[in-house]
Design a protein around this ligand. Structure first.
Ligand SMILES: C[S@@+](CC[C@H](N)C(=O)[O-])C[C@H]1O[C@@H](n2cnc3c(N)ncnc32)[C@H](O)[C@@H]1O
Length: 237
């Protein structure tokens, strides 16, 4: 079986190590796929829905479809012309990723969402809003990936609108969401955490359900707690 990286190269997504640009020149990609595969290979044979926010040429949608032979792939983008990317096991939703209608639209296309990838505006306010809206929709044990945190760093994309040029607050926000992981969940219940009761209830819920946060160059991967796994672990004393 081909690796996620090999499939990414084949479809020319910039999530791979390299890609061929519009001028036919080989350029560096983000090189995310070797990291994603460490986690996502556990889903390879699952029947589930994967949602990607930001479709562009459809390269990554095709990659996900091939890597996950039983998954239902849902792409979301502002650009309505991308409806043309629809094919067997790939659906398209024309919507702003920050719109409050989005969860309802996603449910229409697929349930049991085990993976969400945010690869759209890369503006930190958008990433945050979308995360708070969609993370609760993830199935237990599912992954939520936010890409291209570099967009706001070091002026990498000086022509982007100003709201994009501020990755640091999103970075701090993402690290804050992982604060719950500082101590063992089983040994220190949340009422003992000094900051926790100051958070809004929906953020408390999100933090309590984050079971892992992994930072890779340019992206962050959150995993949602699996109640089943937590229950089994509690039985082992
Ligand atoms: C980086 S490209 C996606 C690349 C694609 N995921 C891949 O790896 O092949 C970003 C896409 O996000 C879309 N986009 C930008 N802002 C958006 C938003 N607020 N909501 C939905 N889509 C958005 C753009 O139209 C563009 O197609």
């Amino acid at each position: 079986m081909e690796s996620l990286h090999e499939i990414g190269i084949k479809y020319n997504t910039d999530k791979a190590w390299s890609r061929i640009n519009k001028k036919g020149v080989k350029v560096y990609g983000h090189n995310y796929l070797k990291y994603y595969e460490l986690f996502l290979q556990s889903l390879r044979e699952h029947k589930f829905t994967l949602v990607e926010l930001g479709c562009y040429t459809g390269a990554s949608l095709k990659m996900w479809k091939e890597y996950f032979p039983h998954a239902n792939i849902v792409g979301v983008d502002l650009d309505e012309s991308l409806k043309k990317l629809e094919e067997d096991r790939i659906s398209f939703i024309c919507c702003d990723a920050t719109s409050s209608d989005l969860p309802e639209k996603i449910v229409h296309y697929g349930q049991h969402i085990e993976c969400i990838i945010d690869d759209c505006s890369h503006a930190w306010g958008d990433q945050r809003r979308t995360f708070e809206m969609l993370f609760p929709m993830l199935a237990d044990g599912g992954y939520y990936i936010i890409e291209d945190l570099e967009c706001g760093s070091m002026g990498a994309y000086p022509d982007y609108p100003p709201k994009v040029l501020d990755a640091q607050p999103f970075w701090d926000y993402a690290i804050d969401r992982a604060r719950y992981l500082r101590v063992s969940r089983r040994r220190h219940p949340e009422e003992k955490r000094p900051y926790f009761d100051q958070l809004p209830p929906h953020i408390q819920e999100i933090e309590k359900s984050i079971d892992m946060a992994v930072i890779v160059p340019g992206a962050i991967i959150f995993r949602k707690e699996s109640q089943e796994r937590a229950k089994q672990e509690c039985q082992i004393i």
